[in-house]
Design a protein around this ligand. Sequence first.
Ligand code: NAG
Ligand code: NAG
Ligand code: NAG
Ligand code: NAG
Ligand code: NAG
Ligand code: NAG
Ligand code: NAG
Ligand code: NAG
Ligand code: NAG
Ligand code: CU
Length: 533
Amino acid sequence: MIRSLLTLGLYGVVQHALGKNVYLDWNITWVIAAPDGYARPVIGINGQWPCPQIDADVGDNLIVDVYNGLGNQSTGIHWHGLHQNYNGYMDGVPGVTQCELQPHQRMRYIVPMNQTGTYWYHSHEPGQYPDGLRGPIIVHDTVPAPFHYDEEMTLTLSDWYHVQMPLLVEDFVVPGDHAPYGGEEPLPNAVLFNDAINTKIKVKPDTTYLIHVVCMGNWAGHALVIDDHDMTIVRADGIEVEPHPLGPQYLRMTVGQRIDLLLTTKNDTSKNYAIWDGLDIDEMFVQEARSMPEGYNPNGTAWLMYNEDMPFPPAPEIHINNASLDFLDDVTLIPRDHLPLIDPIQHQLILDVYSTTVDGKPAYSINNMTYTAPDVPTLYTAMYSNEDESMDPSLYGDVNPFVVNYGDVVEIILNNHHDNLHPWHLHGHDFQVVQRTYPYGGYFNGYGNISATPMRRDTIMVEPEGHFVIRFRAMNPGIWMFHCHVEWHVEVRLMAILIEAPDQLQNLTIPDDHLAICGNNKASNWAPLPGPL
Ligand SMILES: *[C@@H]1O[C@H](CO)[C@@H](O)[C@H](O)[C@H]1NC(C)=O
Ligand SMILES: *[C@@H]1O[C@H](CO)[C@@H](O)[C@H](O)[C@H]1NC(C)=O
Ligand SMILES: *[C@@H]1O[C@H](CO)[C@@H](O)[C@H](O)[C@H]1NC(C)=O
Ligand SMILES: *[C@@H]1O[C@H](CO)[C@@H](O)[C@H](O)[C@H]1NC(C)=O
Ligand SMILES: *[C@@H]1O[C@H](CO)[C@@H](O)[C@H](O)[C@H]1NC(C)=O
Ligand SMILES: *[C@@H]1O[C@H](CO)[C@@H](O)[C@H](O)[C@H]1NC(C)=O
Ligand SMILES: *[C@@H]1O[C@H](CO)[C@@H](O)[C@H](O)[C@H]1NC(C)=O
Ligand SMILES: *[C@@H]1O[C@H](CO)[C@@H](O)[C@H](O)[C@H]1NC(C)=O
Ligand SMILES: *[C@@H]1O[C@H](CO)[C@@H](O)[C@H](O)[C@H]1NC(C)=O
Ligand SMILES: [Cu+2]
């Protein structure tokens, strides 16, 4: 006993001593940019857009001072995929873990870089990140990776719009013919690779690259193909997996997901090769009974550039529309640590999701309730109530609150009663994906042939009229969003709140600068109490 305590203490000290601070000073402002040739105001950082990639080593502390220089919009920055153990007030979700950071206000985020792999940051102000406020976070390991590579690169994928989100949202969240289909999402104007079109990625011959692919778009899923090159998956959402060569299968990613790939270039530098990104029209656009306008191109092309003097060929013809089953099923990946199925479950949550209307406007419901933003951030409601009160879901209002006890093995079953797919993201955790149906695979009706070592990730797609089952252990007291990552669907309130061990939150201390921004917020009638009750 004494020995293990000592070891723990020492481990903590060593970790602290090794880690460094990665300090960033951000002024968030409007910048004019033309990623696809069309100039428009986008949200950038320190006068730059694309927003910078953050690189850190595992064990570092990321410290970001954020000043909202936008003038006309509030913000809040979320660190997608980073677990924030006992640190949930740094999760960056306005209305949930903090007040909105209003124009001319500033606040500091301190985020431990405690996981290796590929993550990203983005605004969590509803509808904001597709206007540009997003970027990759790469957390490097301090020990050599279990797989070989020579060089690293990042590839971001995104759909892109010419019109700013507030205007698009105004047209989207209206009563209309398309209800109850959750509104008719506007079609993107472009497909971006590394926030540009016609992107040429210079590569060296006979070199193995570790490619950090980050899917940071608004809506569509992406199918990624690199002509005549095999790719091997080594991480999904930061979780190392048994190396999985894609072979003839396609890689499909939803918004929010990250995949780390190994790719070895050819010896021969006489040719360039197309990279194809097909937006997921099959299940996302067409299901909405939408007809594409004449000439609409849902595909983007970039290139692996071996030789700038040689031609840049068109993308290969890919038969993606009839080939849903040719996508790699990410549920078949095996985590390298072989963490066994967490069992038995202690708390099962069943979420039945419908698209519906509220006051005639498109909305989604979970168990017949639609999320309504609270006046006080839900984390503060939990923290400033007493332990017993905090466990009562009715304390939290219409935020689809799901209260779980500390240490419980939680299973979430999500039945998607909508004829469209949705990428679900859980903050504060990764989770085991116990099962997921194919499209129209029906609602939960018992377990199928489930893996003894299930895949873990933090964002998982549910297919139309199908379901998924995920599990995790509730060891991270906090208030965590569980939501569809499609920003259109956040606008129509497709979200729930996991209220995890709220009776352990009373002794957290919210930094003064986080409380200070609440002053003239929506939560103006609310003043934090001096301490726990
Ligand atoms: C932020 O940037 C804007 C635009 O360049 C500038 O006007 C403003 O003074 C900057 N604010 C801070 C606090 O750096
Ligand atoms: C906010 O300011 C930007 C930059 O000037 C402008 O393009 C945008 O239309 C404004 N948005 C709103 C909602 O007023
Ligand atoms: C770091 O990760 C370990 C293992 O997942 C976890 O036990 C610990 O609480 C984490 N610490 C922080 C500060 O996130
Ligand atoms: C590259 O060239 C070297 C030497 O010519 C050869 O040994 C190697 O097998 C080649 N690699 C590939 C991938 O063709
Ligand atoms: C998009 O790519 C697919 C697959 O290669 C192809 O069938 C389709 O014609 C392309 N669409 C357009 C508009 O180019
Ligand atoms: C998909 O379409 C291609 C080209 O039309 C065809 O060759 C292939 O057999 C089709 N696959 C399936 C599963 O229908
Ligand atoms: C939810 O609403 C649907 C449709 O209105 C209804 O059929 C169903 O019984 C309701 N479910 C619950 C649990 O109330
Ligand atoms: C269950 O899944 C495992 C791993 O995918 C597979 O090897 C096995 O054959 C499956 N069993 C049945 C009964 O389908
Ligand atoms: C906070 O309270 C919880 C339970 O009440 C306890 O487990 C935890 O150790 C406390 N943390 C600190 C830093 O006091
Ligand atoms: Cu969705």
